[in-house]
Ligand binder design. Structure first.
Ligand code: AMP
Ligand code: MG
Length: 407
């Protein structure tokens, strides 16, 4: 049995990066960017109007008011997409719409509400005095040409899509999605929706694992529930190791008489790096490598399998895709936490902010077979081995479930 720290450093040495691929912008959501997105032009690109109104020379409007209007000559229109080529001389104005280029010679925009209005008339009454730069969005005021807008390693959300579109990127270099095989094993497993007999249980792990893979940005390309039967396991696994970047199993990797998964991994030439880790839940954790495949054998208990994925597999997927690492943080316990003497202890929990402090508490259900402990939580709490249980007021590591927020 090795420590969590040792196991993590072994895994880190075996992680490989996935290649990049180009995807169209509208297929890029949730992917990991593998290039810096740089502004190829300033934003705004050109001085433009923030309002529908009249582009003027501010000096022509001095003293203008409702009771003392100033008459300007209306010489044309500048609209979004159709900039006016005219140059404004003293005493002239141009009808100028939101987003339209500010015509040469103009230094301010008067809102149409403060004028006699848009028309084809040759003159316009200006009813307000304006200052230089009024209602003008200045070239480069938001972003300079050459600025890095989004860094490599960022997960693409609607904000990133919006920025890439704003700066004209039609396709993006992103990490390929890791191809993943997941399988569960156990003669007792029955699919939800089917009738169940004495001694059987419903397969829940593969449903959880499939969703976790999708949330982490991977794609499940092989999935099956297998009997505790070496031949079936062998068939599935040999194909999975040929075609996948990662294989994740749940169950059949402990000390039971019918736990064949490790034997089959070894029969197929998987190099075993470790099999047992000083952690609870999930001590019988297998990690090995094939020619070009990482292999995780998670134990079958539903909490071990779920927490095992979050602690061991999720960070690996992130790293393979070049994603910026999510850090854990410390919070103060409001309830006792059952630390273990020689094992790292993980439990689902809840973290929240109260009176400026980050507080947390573990789930009340602590058995590794109790999947209800994953309801109404937002994090996995983790404690180093300790001679004593942690008490309210003690600090503990919080790993926020990446799709959750503090609550
Ligand atoms: P094992 O790791 O195969 O010894 O399984 C440990 C426990 O997890 C047993 O009680 C199994 O019935 C249960 N288990 C194994 N696989 C699954 C699964 N896919 N869904 C739900 N429970 C499972
Ligand atoms: Mg089993």
């Amino acid at each position: 049995m090795i420590s969590v720290k040792e196991a993590k450093s072994i895994i880190r040495r075996k992680i490989f990066s996935l290649d990049a691929e180009a995807v169209q912008l509208n297929n890029a959501i949730d992917r990991i960017l593998l290039e810096d997105i740089v502004a190829n032009f300033p934003s705004p690109r050109f001085n433009n109007s923030a309002m529908d109104g009249f582009a003027v020379r501010s000096s022509d409007t001095i003293g203008a008011s409702k009771n003392n209007t100033i008459t300007l000559k209306n010489i044309g229109i500048s609209s979004a997409g159709s900039p006016s080529q005219l140059k404004l001389n003293q005493g002239e104005c141009i009808q100028c719409m939101t987003g339209a280029k500010i015509p040469a010679g103009s230094d301010a925009v008067v809102m149409v509400e403060h004028t006699s209005g848009f028309s084809d008339n040759s003159t316009v009454e200006i009813m307000i005095e304006t200052q230089p730069d009024m209602h003008i969005r200045k070239k480069g005021e938001e972003i300079q040409k050459g600025d890095i807008l989004i860094s490599k390693g960022t997960r693409i959300t609607p904000s990133e899509i919006g920025i890439c579109a704003t700066f004209g990127y039609g396709q993006l270099e992103v990490s390929k999605k890791p191809k993943i095989a997941i399988f569960g094993t156990g003669n007792e497993l029955v699919e939800p929706g089917k009738d169940i007999k004495e001694g059987e249980i419903y397969n829940s792990n593969l449903y959880v694992l499939s969703d976790l893979v999708a949330k982490a940005g991977g794609s499940v390309v092989m999935k099956d529930v297998l009997k505790d039967n070496k031949e079936h396991l062998n068939l599935f696994l040999s194909e999975a190791m040929r075609s996948c970047d990662l294989v994740i199993s749940s169950g059949g990797v402990s000390m039971g008489r019918f736990d064949y998964v490790r034997d089959v991994f070894l029969d197929l030439g998987v190099e075993e790096h470790f099999w047992k880790v000083a952690q609870k839940p999930g001590r019988p954790l297998f990690f090995g490598t094939g020619d070009k495949t990482l292999i995780f054998g998670l134990p079958g208990n539903p909490v071990s399998s779920y927490i095992g994925f979050m602690v061991w597999v999720w960070p690996v997927l992130n790293e393979m895709m070049g994603s910026i690492r999510i850090k854990s943080f410390k919070a103060e316990l409001t309830e006792p936490f059952p630390s273990e003497k020689i094992k790292y202890r993980y439990l689902f929990g809840k973290a929240w902010v109260e009176d400026g402090k980050v507080l947390c508490k573990p789930s009340k259900k602590i058995g590794s077979h109790m999947l209800t402990s994953s309801l109404n939580v937002n994090c996995v709490l983790g404690s180093e081995p300790s001679d004593r249980q942690l008490n309210p007021g003690d600090s503990i590591d919080v790993n926020l479930l990446p799709w959750e927020t503090m609550k």
